[in-house]
Ligand binder design. Structure first.
Ligand SMILES: [Zn+2]
Length: 352
């Protein structure tokens, strides 16, 4: 049957594309995935949890269902002793994402990421291993009907270029995003120059994902926007990173250990802050906007609505006019507003 679904490039040509990621962190918080190795065994052990999260992101406005194959590569599965489940896990993740995508006219993205195998010191040998890891994952994604492939959290430009080559050889569109952990890529390129090289190499969308919160990703995005002619992606983590603590791995409260990865809640961005990011990113010309580790459906819905969209979950978007104390609607009882005065008095004390 012919589909009338617009592909990624058609959507980007017409409008901003919104894409939710962060499945690994959210499923860890929900008790379905083990922090540490962060391997998405949940795909096989609790597929219903993955299916549900896809649907929640879909209802919140994500136009892309990214298959949960992040860290589902040969090397990481070896770490948890499940190398034999490699193909089964990948194909199953793709099918779960496809099920949700079909329900909401969304796109299906295959997903590959940094391997922790690539090493410039032993480039020839490690490049071949990385290439074969990507080839098997991209091959399964293509067979399962992926509309495009996301290669994400790349720290080395060299590794990102291998991913890009494998994706293009498979004949699929490529979204390649780098994790800007330091001032340059791990192999010494500025982020804007790395994005430019990836674009020249045939990437359809280039940009940044993960690691940085909105505040410290925006300055880099402005530079990338100038160095790249085509589509740019930005999927920050929803954490309040700062100039002094520019990545979520460096967030730290005075007198405490590093908050990453288990105690980040103190730094979590609100839905309004993520909505502001979506608008800011759109204003500087970012085409593919999203969220990464730490993101949840309420963030995504607010981002979608900030971009002027009404999404399925908007049916339950806040309506404070009917709140018992804050409400302005005539159905709200006037006498209940006195509780608000008491509340304000306590708040004033707290602020002191
Ligand atoms: Zn992330």
């Amino acid at each position: 049957m012919a589909s009338n679904k617009m592909d990624l490039l058609e959507r980007l040509e017409r409008n901003t594309v919104l894409c939710a990621e962060g499945y690994v962190f959210e499923l860890e918080r929900r008790g379905y995935l083990k922090a540490g190795a962060f391997v998405p065994e949940v795909v096989l052990d609790h597929p219903e949890a993955v299916r549900e999260l896809h649907r929640e992101f879909l209802r919140a406005g994500s136009e892309v269902m990214v298959a949960l194959t992040y860290y589902a590569h040969r090397d990481k599965l070896r770490v948890v002793g499940r190398e034999n489940d490699l193909e089964k896990l990948n194909r199953h993740a793709l099918r779960l994402a496809k099920e949700a995508a079909v329900e909401g006219n969304a796109l299906l993205a295959g997903n590959i990421c940094n391997t922790w195998v690539y090493s410039p010191e032993n480039q020839e040998e490690t490049s071949e291993i990385v290439r074969s890891m990507y080839q098997e994952q991209v091959g399964w994604a293509k067979e399962e009907g992926a509309d495009f492939i996301v290669a994400e959290t790349m720290g080395y430009l060299g590794e990102a270029l291998i991913a890009l080559d494998v994706i293009k050889s498979a004949g699929l569109p490529a979204v390649v995003t780098l994790a800007a952990c330091c001032d340059t890529t791990k192999d010494g390129h500025s982020w804007e120059s790395a994005c430019h090289i990836l674009e020249e190499g045939g990437a359809d969308v280039v940009g940044l994902n993960c690691t940085r919160g909105p505040a410290t990703m925006i300055p880099l995005l402005k530079k990338i926007r100038k160095s790249v002619k085509g589509y740019v992606a930005a999927l920050p983590v929803p954490y309040r990173t700062t100039t002094r603590q520019p990545i979520f791995q460096s967030l730290k409260e005075k007198g405490h250990d590093y908050a990453f990865p288990l105690n980040l809640e103190h730094f979590l961005c609100t839905r309004s802050e993520m909505a502001d990011f979506a608008l800011q990113a759109q204003k500087i010309g970012i085409n593919y906007i999203g969220i990464c580790c730490g993101g949840a459906p309420h963030h995504v819905r607010s981002m979608a609505e900030a971009l002027g969209r009404r999404v399925p979950a908007s049916r339950y978007s806040p309506d404070m006019s009917r709140h018992s104390m804050l409400g302005s609607d005539e159905v709200v009882r006037e006498d209940h507003k006195r509780f608000l005065k008491e509340w304000e008095a306590v708040s004033a004390v707290t602020e002191d």
